[in-house]
Ligand binder design. Structure first.
Ligand code: ATP
Length: 363
């Protein structure tokens, strides 16, 4: 029987548990043996009890749970070849040669590297005397399938990452709460949201909540953004608005790549426009709580598709990542999706904001 392991890696995202549930159950329903790797790549490197066989009932009720119940970690050991040799040995120990990984672009990059290196890792296990040629014969190919779990919605090739709509929902709820008090005291609030390279959360939250001004990394405001923002806020106030909301992505900057911080925006609203201004940094509340229905559905449909992709995989086909494009669950080449994602970050770095926006539009 084929043994398929599932793992969550990188930053946690709502919906990861629904992924694990779907992968475990589809694996079992397909007549295979299911394993979960605990604590991301660290569990793969540590082996032993960190790689556990999963039964159908082990994941009961997991669709509605936030975070990831099998844990996640940033693992330095897996960045080194030595760590990956150990990880490969631990997988062979359990008879596993297929891995479904739910994480961000870093996790998927690591996964693809692991797969391309796999034949040489097997050779190393034999040459170091850890395994015999005979023992590794059934494990000559590693199957990797990626699922994108990230609140940022930052991966190219998919319309939505698992977790982004839960996070957006949480941000909008928080802004609604702040709105009430802002209105009462006629205050301004600068809301800082997550997103170091990707402004999707800030943009969509701003649109959904009727923000007065939004800062995103891919499309910084004009050169004289200070005057522009102040004049827009003043105009809104003159029209009778009793509250001001400015949404600022964590990675916001101006067109010269100088950081735009929440406190800079607050000082302008306080000192130039004369508003009683507060900053609210939403922080990890954006990651917490149960996933919204969309993320549960996306995680479940994509988890099922991931197991089907493992079973369809051929040794010479590139590793797929499961995406959603125009409401259809599709498989895309993982490396291509990662490369396109990195292109957007590179375009921001070289201040080519048109290319950055084109990159996002193409997602
Ligand atoms: P997030 O979007 O939340 O940052 P991520 O998956 O991009 O999630 P990373 O911290 O970049 O998070 O990667 C998670 C783990 O994946 C790393 O700690 C490391 O163990 C592994 N990894 C990342 N990049 C590589 C790589 N180039 N080679 C091997 N392993 C890697």
């Amino acid at each position: 029987k084929k043994r398929i392991a599932v793992m969550t890696s990188g930053g946690d995202a709502p919906g990861m548990n629904a992924v694990v549930r779907a992968v475990v159950r589809q694996t079992i329903a397909s007549g295979c043996v299911s394993y979960a790797v605990y604590e991301g790549y660290q569990g793969l490197v540590d082996g032993g009890d960190m790689i556990r066989e999963m039964a159908w009932e082990d994941v009961r009720g997991w669709t509605s749970e936030g975070g990831t119940l099998i844990g996640t970690a940033r693992c330095m050991a897996f960045m080194q070849r030595e760590g990956r040799v150990t990880a490969a040995n631990n997988m062979i120990e359990k008879g596993i040669d297929a891995l479904v990984i739910c994480g961000g672009d870093g996790s998927l990059t690591g996964a693809d590297k692991f797969r391309s290196e796999w034949p040489s890792l097997m050779d190393e296990l034999v040459s170091s005397g850890k395994r015999t040629e005979e023992a590794i014969k059934p494990f000559r190919h590693l199957n990797i399938v990626g699922l994108v779990g990230s609140i940022d919605n930052d991966l190219s090739s998919t319309d939505a990452t698992i977790g982004c709509y839960s996070s957006l929902q949480r941000i909008c709820q928080a802004i609604d709460f702040i709105d009430a008090t802002a209105f009462s005291h006629q205050r301004a609030f600068v809301i800082e949201v997550m997103g170091r390279h990707c402004g999707w959360l800030a943009l969509m939250a701003g649109v959904s909540c009727g923000a007065d001004f939004i800062f995103i990394p891919e499309n910084p405001p004009s050169k004289n953004w200070e005057e522009e923002m102040c004049s827009i806020v003043r105009k809104h106030r003159q029209m009778g608005k009793r509250r001001t909301i400015v949404v600022c992505a964590e990675g916001a900057h101006d067109r010269q790549l100088n950081k735009v911080t929440s406190s800079m925006v607050k000082d302008l609203l306080s000192n130039t426009v004369g508003l009683d201004t507060r900053i609210t940094t939403l922080g990890h509340v954006q990651r917490g709580g149960p996933p919204c229905s969309y993320d549960r559905m996306l995680a479940t449909l994509q988890g099922v598709e991931a197991v089907k992709a493992v079973l369809d995989a051929k040794p010479d086909t590139p590793s797929p990542v499961i995406c959603i494009v125009e409401n259809k669950i599709v498989r895309k080449p993982m490396l291509d999706a990662i490369a396109k994602t990195k292109e957007v970050a590179a375009a921001i770095e070289r201040k080519d904001y048109d290319a950055a926006m084109r990159g996002r539009d193409a997602e």
